[in-house]
Design a protein around this ligand. Structure first.
Ligand code: ATP
Ligand code: MG
Length: 312
């Protein structure tokens, strides 16, 4: 349940100065106060969200870890499954993922229980990660000859959710930039697909191929999968191109695109080198605030759709 104070009319502290930087700071501090006025409770079933886009470097991992940390910061229990052999999500969450670490590889190939590889991020007790290791690079090929090769992650997740008495409110799966068997396992295991779109030229290129693949998955492997969320990332307000890309994506996907746009921000890109998300690294930065707003929006959207289902 989400409650936001509608009548917070206290003046922003920087409003006396009218320079662009002062205006930006005033607006950030107003947004931060609006976020502080929001209270959220999590009592629904676990939402399993795959973060995917076969284009490389569009912000999949950054979106995954920062949304996960933002949700944990407002009280959700969140598990990130790192399904990319690069292990960037594990790094950003400060979780060890050397070659000897029990990882998602062992879950997919050797049927280790998922619970045995999950670690807690030093950032929050509510933030969990099933790390990837370099072994996962070979899994794409090893999976080919495995029984039920497209369902292995789903089976592991179902086993985990059945056995645990502390089920996460959200499970995010960070995918590699390809449409191979690892990504297919993520699609088969998830209820929802979140596509991050970088506000740059060529943003929409490849999207129809991705959506075509999603249709195939829906038809043959996971009827329940739906594209629930599109998130615009690396938005640079100074360029007209970013605005044009954002407008075009909103025109094509009016229901799926979040209102919140993630700005291009140095703080966001610096955070992983400290083994942190931007939520811990610089919680009052524009990037952290945007990710927290996106998190609240994602929670509020389901509430709305659940309410409208109830009244239908
Ligand atoms: P890959 O396809 O390799 O898995 P990806 O889609 O997961 O990449 P990221 O690793 O999240 O993309 O981001 C690519 C690069 O862009 C990284 O260096 C990251 O720090 C940077 N980046 C992502 N989001 C932002 C942002 N909002 N502001 C500035 N830099 C960003
Ligand atoms: Mg990535």
């Amino acid at each position: 349940m989400v409650h936001a104070s509608e009548n917070d009319t206290s003046p922003a502290p920087f409003s006396a100065d009218d320079s662009p930087i002062a205006r930006e700071l005033a607006s950030l501090s107003a947004r931060r106060r609006a976020l502080e006025a929001v209270t959220v409770t999590f009592d629904g079933p676990t939402r399993v969200i795959t973060v995917s886009n076969q284009k490389g470097g569009v912000g999949k991992t950054t979106t995954t870890v920062n949304l996960a940390a933002a949700l944990a910061s407002i009280g959700a229990r969140v598990l990130v499954i790192d399904l990319d052999p690069q292990g960037n999500a594990s790094t950003a969450l400060g979780v060890p993922h050397t070659a000897e670490t029990p990882s998602v590889y062992d879950v997919l190939i050797d049927e280790f229980p998922l619970a045995e590889v999950i670690q807690t991020s030093p950032e929050s007790e509510l933030l969990l990660c099933a790390p990837s290791t370099i072994h996962l690079a070979g899994a794409e090929i090893e999976l080919v000859s495995q029984v039920a090769r497209e369902h292995r992650l789903r089976t592991a997740l179902e086993g985990y959710l059945e056995a645990t008495d502390l089920a996460p409110d959200f499970i995010f799966i960070d995918c590699p930039p390809s449409l191979g068997l690892l990504t297919i396992n993520a699609f088969t295991a998830a209820d929802e697909l979140l596509i991050p779109i970088q506000c740059e030229y060529y943003a929409l290129e490849g999207l129809s191929q991705l959506l075509g693949n999603v249709q195939m998955i829906q038809k043959h492997l996971n009827r329940g999968l739906r594209l629930s969320t599109i998130m615009l990332t690396m938005y640079d307000a100074r360029t007209r191109l970013a605005q044009q890309v954002a407008d075009e994506v909103r025109e094509h996907f009016p229901r799926e695109v979040l209102e919140t746009v993630i700005p291009r921000s140095v703080r966001v890109s610096e955070a992983p080198s400290f083994g942190q998300t931007v939520i811990a690294y610089d919680p009052s930065s524009a990037g952290a605030i945007a990710y927290r707003e996106a998190a609240v929006e994602i929670v509020q959207r389901t509430e709305r759709s659940t309410e409208s289902e109830g009244t239908a």
